[in-house]
Design a protein around this ligand. Structure first.
Ligand code: GRF
Length: 204
């Protein structure tokens, strides 16, 4: 077992971070959250972090809107390292992660994506699944590589798409599974159970 020292990056509500906090507080995940960073100054994820006594700060990522690069990326790496982070969790962080941050935390950056990858990478994937006519949707937790939502898959969970679903009802059903999937993936990582062979993540 290796206790995880997490750095969480987010942009929004932070319900996934909350599920990780809850697992830690319930004693079902051997981890602590060293810092929460958000690229949106008033993101609820910062409020949630502070409420649990976690250092939670705004990270100005200007001038870019969709990626973490340049001085902001350098600052982010510096802050995470100084805080003692060994594993970076992207919990609704709406920016592309560049190779420099990945190199600073090799095979230690995890993302959650609200679709059964490789279907529907990118934004609003639950709406894409609905519009496509999928009968099943879901969530993926994966290691991050330099592509978009393309790294090796750790955990996936499926949900049915129901006849009268709207994007909102489907997303809500997916989120219930997200909140199980992220702690589960981190639990596997903390128990040293994961090895990466090419695209495949093996679970011991
Ligand atoms: C989730 O749907 C997650 O899968 C996606 O962004 C959303 C974040 O939600 N990457 P929250 O901020 O964790 O509530």
């Amino acid at each position: 077992m290796s206790k995880l020292h997490l750095g969480v990056l987010g942009s929004g509500a932070g319900s996934n971070m909350q599920s990780i906090v809850d697992a830690i507080e319930a004693g079902t995940l051997d981890a602590d959250i060293k810092i929460v960073l958000a690229d949106v100054a008033d993101a609820k994820i910062l409020e949630r972090g502070k409420k649990h006594g976690i250092r939670s700060e705004y990270l100005d990522c200007a001038p870019w809107k969709t990626k973490l690069e340049g001085p902001a990326e350098d600052r982010c790496i510096e802050i995470l390292k100084a805080a003692g982070v060994d594993t970076v969790v992207l919990a609704g962080f709406m920016r592309i992660i560049k190779p420099k941050l990945l190199a600073a935390f090799p095979n230690r950056v995890l993302n959650i994506h609200p679709a059964l990858l490789p279907a529907f990478p990118g934004v609003h994937s639950w709406t894409q699944a609905l519009d496509y006519g999928c009968k099943v949707a879901g969530v993926t937790v994966h290691f991050v590589d330099s592509g978009t939502d393309s790294g090796p898959i750790i955990v996936q969970k499926a949900v049915p798409v129901l006849e009268d679903d709207t994007p909102e009802t489907l997303h809500a059903r997916i989120q219930v599974q997200e909140h199980l999937a992220f702690p589960e993936a981190l639990r596997l990582l903390a128990s040293d159970s994961l090895t990466i062979e090419g695209r495949r993540v093996r679970i011991k």
